[in-house]
Design a protein around this ligand. Structure first.
Ligand SMILES: Nc1nc2c(ncn2[C@@H]2O[C@H](COP(=O)(O)OP(=O)(O)OP(=O)(O)O)[C@@H](O)[C@H]2O)c(=O)[nH]1
Length: 369
């Protein structure tokens, strides 16, 4: 796999778009795709929302072509959320094929944009979401884009709960992260940026809140200070296509971050996994040798050897020596060198013959002595 082997410059960037229902993910994906088409850099678009009614853009891969969400609900007796989870699980079992499609297209598309279900937890906290994210991130530079409805975040408590969610996704995916504050055509995102950069301003906004969670929110904003300091934030209006240039600047920084910090970690994980798999294979082979060795020793077929485990399976097959000629011809071990096998039988026979001849000769010359 080219991407996996470190040819990072040709590998497409996977942009995983997550966000609460109605935040504008699909509209954002649509605008992003249009923007890239306009720059003669068509992206590869993947829709992972099985319950999407109308996809406003042509997707290269659409989960709805592979899994019929309503059928899944009927067949398994599930509600809408269960149906989405199960559809995604079914799709994840075939994600290796999606990976192959992406690999094939990696010279034609610089970006792979992935739209996810509105029920955000279905993706972020499900096994299939983890499988898909890890499959992408272990082969391609991958970035999580968290789309927020900026107009709904003007309340500091709602803003904080959204940020806590974003933070939890960052911890879960462990990937470079961009927060897209969408719908800036309704309200500019500068208030949110100020809240993140200046603790006092956020406290002032909170002072107008009288609910019991305001104290907790105050403490939380201190806790999130570290999270805010390294966060990439972009204000966007998906309907007006504004802020996209800034988004691509942040995306390029996030890709650098992936190459610098995340790729070595994924490479390390891949090597650990490979080592563990090799060790497992070796152990299985050793068991096989032992098993075959004990069978042959019990059957006394190991002529001239008292250490069965010292031989490999092929050597044990070579010394099996119990088939008659006809069986031997029909056996499926045609690749065995029969001459070698015959030689191994002939050698002790020839040794016996010379010994017997020598004894006969000594007996015959004895009387004349
Ligand atoms: N004013 C404004 N409305 C927007 C913007 N982006 C999306 N919307 C509207 O927000 C609503 C939801 O947009 P979608 O793109 O369907 O949001 P989504 O996150 O994909 O929704 P789910 O599929 O339910 O997860 C639609 O009515 C959009 O027209 C924006 O930048 N500004």
């Amino acid at each position: 796999m080219a991407a996996a082997s470190g040819l990072a410059t040709t590998a497409p960037v996977c942009v995983l778009v997550l966000g609460m229902a109605g935040s504008g993910k699909t509209t954002f994906v649509q605008r992003l795709a249009a923007h890239l088409h306009g720059q003669r850099c068509p992206p590869y678009v993947i829709n992972l929302d099985p319950a999407m009614h109308d996809l406003p853009l042509p997707a290269n891969i659409d989960i709805r072509d592979a899994v019929k969400y309503k059928e899944v609900m009927k067949q398994y007796g599930l509600g809408p959320n269960g149906g989405i989870v199960t559809s995604l699980n079914l799709f994840a079992t075939r994600f290796d094929q999606v990976m192959k499609f992406i690999e094939k297209r990696q010279n034609a598309s610089k970006y792979v944009i992935i739209d996810t279900p509105g029920q955000i937890e279905v993706f972020t906290w499900s096994a299939s979401g983890t499988i898909i994210t890890e499959a992408l991130a272990s082969s391609f530079p991958s970035v999580v884009v968290y789309v927020m409805d900026n107009s709904r975040g003007t309340n500091p408590i709602t803003f904080m709960s959204n940020m806590l969610y974003a933070c939890s996704i960052l911890y879960k995916t462990k990937l470079p992260f961009i927060v897209v504050m969408n719908k800036t055509d309704i309200i500019d995102h500068s208030f949110a940026v100020e809240w993140m950069q200046d603790f006092e301003t956020f406290q002032d906004a909170l002072n107008q809140e009288t609910s019991y969670v305001s104290n907790l929110t105050r403490s939380m904003s201190l806790v999130l200070d570290e999270f805010y300091s390294s966060l990439k934030v972009v204000g966007v209006s998906a309907v007006l296509s504004t802020g996209l240039d800034d988004f691509f600047v942040q995306l390029s920084k996030a890709v650098d971050e992936y190459e610098r910090e995340y790729r070595p970690e994924y490479e390390r994980l891949r090597k650990t996994l490979e080592k563990a798999q090799n060790k497992q294979k070796r152990e299985q082979l050793e068991h096989l040798w032992k098993d075959m060795g004990s069978v042959c020793v019990q059957g006394n077929t190991l002529a001239g050897s008292d250490d069965a485990s010292a031989m490999g399976p092929s050597e044990l097959i070579l010394t099996r020596g119990t088939l008659d000629e006809e069986e031997e011809r029909q056996s499926d071990t045609d690749d065995i060198d029969h001459e070698v096998t015959e030689e191994s039988h002939e050698e002790p026979a020839f040794r016996n013959f010379t010994q017997e001849t020598r004894m006969k000769y000594q007996r015959s010359i004895k009387p004349s002595e």
